[in-house]
Design a protein around this ligand. Structure first.
Ligand code: GLN
Length: 486
């Protein structure tokens, strides 16, 4: 096997045994990028020189015993809405195409403290709005399983990079499913941690009450290792929680005996691809054979998930994106007559269609005439949805279902009706609405050979239960071993 094909835990062992050096490993992944990036297009910016310099520096410190994390010396990359000091952070938008942050996001500082090697910044839907990565201003990322298919989104670059071996692990952000859906389309592991468990400082906001940064990796063990490094309270993010964060490696237990898994009827009966439903039933059987208890139950409010998600996320996005006015940073229109004209032209020229659509709808639902009818109602419904999940967790340790109603589809296939597209988030958005942790792992292959993703949703701050269950599934099945040939 080539180095870029290995996991964090495997590579960390090789580094520790001195069978490979940090520089060799970094070179191997950069070589892989050179070999396949023209086919995949997952990077917006590759920082080859910087990463080689960093690799030499980390190698020295590692040899001197200064680093002891399993992430030390491991090459990785992050979604381009996570701020990196001195390295452009574009959010996949023309608006920020010239933006170079003067600081690092907290997750970046934490990964650096663990000895991580940053290779570059990954493609995404503009401002994390979308589920195909087609709305990026820069390019379309291809699904490593088939270049005619989307990698999912909005963290499509982050997922494609891992499936294609162009980084060992990555970070994405998830507002309504943007880590989990692309991870499932690319046949890998993705986790959206509990809201408040990973600092959002330095994450360019999409919808602040829903956004969360999380790991994308080749297997569950790697997911736990990355989560260990990035989770924790941060004084720079007042929404980050002060709980005592466990060592998630302790949850890597191959045992689900007695674990109670609830499967919402609304997930099974949804308009679901037949192969995905089959994979779900097959998974239920695997868990029953392993001694878990699986039971169907009902979450009647499921039908409100997408309307609530759209109203809240568009409202927050419209407010967050108000700051891009061409004055302090970002794009500025060239010809304008006065200040208002400058605002209009800057925003008109630099935002793409999906971003504009959401700003318009978001502004409308927040307007004084419509506020009670839409925004306030959505907040009330959000509370009801959260309560229903809370109730479900009185009975179940976790909730299981598909990550997406479909597998990776073709480019331009779902672009006409935006509301049809929003429905693709129906299984993932509930975890964001209720602030719950959720995770996807591969659980099958559809009739055309594309990966199917399984999703677990857990109690607040119970990432350990997700990791344990996903790990057990992984140890007893072979789906994670399927990798695309690029
Ligand atoms: N696909 C969803 C959307 O378009 C989720 C986006 C995200 O999680 N950032 O809003």
């Amino acid at each position: 096997m080539k180095l870029y094909e290995l996991t964090i835990s495997q590579l960390s062992e090789l580094l520790n045994k001195k069978e490979v050096s940090v520089l060799e490993l970094t070179r191997s992944v950069l070589e892989r990028i050179r070999e396949v990036e023209h086919k995949i297009g997952c990077y917006i910016n590759i920082i080859e020189e910087k990463s080689l310099d960093r690799a030499s520096e980390v190698q020295k410190k590692f040899a001197a015993g200064e680093f002891s994390s399993p992430l030390t010396g491991i090459p990785m990359a992050v979604k381009d809405n996570i701020c990196t000091n001195g390295i452009p952070t574009t959010c996949g938008s023309k608006m920020l195409s010239n933006f170079i942050p003067p600081y690092d996001a907290t997750v970046i500082s934490k990964l650096y403290d663990n000895g991580a090697i940053l290779l570059g910044k990954l493609n995404m839907d503009e401002f994390a709005m979308g589920n195909t990565t087609e709305s990026s201003y820069f390019k379309c990322t291809k699904n490593p399983w088939n270049a005619e298919r989307v990698p999912g989104g909005s963290s499509g670059g982050s997922a494609a990079a891992i499936a294609a071996g162009e980084a060992i692990y990555s970070l994405g952000s998830d507002t309504g499913g943007s880590i989990r859906q692309p991870a499932s389309f690319c046949g890998i592991v993705g986790m959206k941690p509990t809201y408040g468990s990973v600092s959002r400082f330095g994450l360019v906001a999409c919808a602040s009450s829903l956004d969360q940064i999380g790991p994308i990796s080749k297997d569950v063990t790697d997911c736990a290792l990355v989560l260990n490094a990035i989770a924790g309270q941060d004084p720079m993010d007042p929404t980050s929680s002060s709980i005592r964060y466990p060592d998630y490696r302790k949850a890597l237990i191959n045992d689900v005996k007695g674990v109670k898994i609830g499967i919402p009827k609304e997930f099974i009966n949804a308009n679901l691809d037949e192969d995905i439903r089959k994979a779900l039933f097959n998974t239920i059987k695997v868990f029953m054979d392993l001694g878990a208890e699986c039971e169907e139950f009902s979450i009647p409010v499921m039908e409100y998930v997408i309307p609530v998600y759209c109203i809240i996320s568009f409202a927050e996005a419209s407010s967050n994106l108000g700051r891009y006015d061409g004055i302090k940073y970002g794009y500025r229109a060239e010809d304008y007559t006065d200040l208002v004209d400058l605002y209009k032209k800057t925003r008109g020229e630099a935002f793409g269609a999906e971003v504009k659509r959401r700003i318009i709808i978001g502004t409308y639902v927040l307007s004084s005439e419509q506020y009670n009818k839409y925004y306030k109602k959505a907040l009330q419904a959000r509370r009801v949805i959260s309560e229903e999940f809370k109730k479900a967790f009185e009975k179940y340790n976790l909730i299981m279902g598909p990550a997406s109603p479909v597998t990776a589809f073709k480019f331009n296939e779902k672009t006409d009706d935006p509301f049809e597209k929003y429905k693709g988030d129906m299984f993932t958005a509930p975890a964001n609405i209720a602030g719950l942790p959720a995770m996807t792992v591969p659980c099958g292959i559809d009739r055309d050979g594309f990966p199917i993703g399984l999703q677990f949703i857990g109690k607040r701050f119970d990432e350990s239960m997700l990791i344990r269950t996903a790990y057990t599934f992984e140890q007893n099945t072979k789906f994670h071993k399927n990798i695309p040939t690029v």
